[in-house]
Design a binder for this molecule. Sequence first.
Ligand code: SF4
Ligand code: SF4
Length: 320
Amino acid sequence: MSILDKFQNFIMEKFMGGLFERENSLSEKEDFVKFTKDSPARYEIMLEGSKYGKRSGFGPRVVPMMVSVIRNQNKVINSLKNNPEEPRTTITDEELADLVKLANKKGAGIVGYAQIPEHLVFENKAVLSTNVIVLGFEMDKEKIDTAPSVKCLHEVLKTYDDLGIVSNKIAAFLRKKGFAAHAGHPLMGAALYPPMAQLAGLASLGYSGIMISPEFGPRFRLTAVYTSIENLPKTEKDEHAWVREYCKQCKKCIKECPGGAILDEPVLHESGQITHVENTKCMPHFMNEYGCSVCIKVCPFNYTSYEQIKEGFLKKSKKS
Ligand code: SF4
Ligand code: SF4
């Protein structure tokens, strides 16, 4: 292991350890929504990664990004003390429009709303509320298309960092307006993001285990902001369910995955969760091949528009 890897491990264990304890202590707060017996355990990618080899591409250029990620993860917890004691629960249309405008201006091209079931909260974690604002941030196509590469890895990490920053900014915006807010972080979510995005009607879970949206295909990352707002315009519709039917016939990510990590048949658990990827097979490639991301690059939704694929798929389905 190189000196840089050792240094990064030291930084992560030192700062992440304390952070996890403070994060877990939220589940002792009376007014927070806690995990349930069906809650999944969170995969701690930032800590688990160090077990899988040389962490390629995580050179000196990555250090400022990781410092910013950890700073914003700490801010998620530290800023909770700024929540108003008696928060507002109703947002006006104008305020909501301003929120979306701010999110878009800061780079979140996808904004949606959902009410989440409590079992989506990770084991030992808690969230401020089941009312959620879901945010998605596009990753640059040209850079993703070079996967696996340093360029692609840096784009993924930059997106994680940018999303953590936006999430904290949205939480601060809400607090200023008198609402309570709990920012999520894409690398340290307190609850499972993909089902949230699905509940918000934003995207569907592809067989790669990655969400697929009309705007960006599989080329985006997610985070959330939990809030006291009760009247978020939630949707009942799931217009993207057809994507999973398409996946059943496509399976390109499964064939091209260098680790053989993507399951041919997804596993549906009793809790309702679905497993698509075996982490122990993905991680060696993720860590040693610049964050890999081949499954994102090869997905037809990365290079053909959602509408075009949908049209072709529906036509073909009608014929058969
Ligand atoms: S590559 Fe094919 S099977 Fe995999 S997520 Fe994309 S559309 Fe679905
Ligand atoms: S990141 Fe690479 S190894 Fe992991 S699932 Fe995707 S293609 Fe497979």
